[in-house]
Design a protein around this ligand. Structure first.
Ligand SMILES: [Zn+2]
Length: 138
């Protein structure tokens, strides 16, 4: 096993390896694979299978690529879209989880997300980012 790992390490030297984009593509291909279990039309099933194989092929190609500059540029471009989307999903999940204790507001001046305790009444809210104050009724 150790020998195999050593060989793997040598093989991967100078190659790109895994990144956020590859991880995303792998998860996407797994989702497609799971979805395809429920596709009973033969032609559609094969087409989806080919798409999924192409995705995995792309991941392998990127992981083994020696053109590290190009692969990093792809990953950077991908993360420009992916990071805000991930942040939004995390925030939405947090909002749902804490909906009993907290309310989420948007600062009217700088549009920052603010979290206030879910207590009935009038609140004076002070935005920690732009220091502006506003009133909010809950
Ligand atoms: Zn603000």
């Amino acid at each position: 096993m150790r020998n195999f790992l050593e060989k793997m390490t040598i093989f991967m030297q100078g190659r790109y390896g895994m990144d956020t984009l590859n991880g995303f593509l792998l998860i996407l291909s797994m989702i497609i694979w799971t979805f395809n279990i429920f596709v009973f039309n033969r032609l559609a099933h094969y087409i989806i299978m080919v798409v999924q194989m192409l995705l995995i092929g792309w991941v392998v190609f990127r992981a083994l690529s020696r053109n590290i500059t190009m692969r990093s540029a792809e990953n950077r471009a991908f993360r420009k879209a992916y990071d805000p989307a991930k942040k939004w999903v995390q925030l939405t999940y947090q909002r749902i989880r804490e909906r009993k204790n907290y309310r989420y507001l948007k600062c009217p001046v700088c549009k920052a997300q603010l979290r206030v305790r879910n207590v009935k009444g009038k609140h004076n809210v002070r935005c920690p980012r732009c220091k502006s104050e506003f009133e909010k009724k809950i």
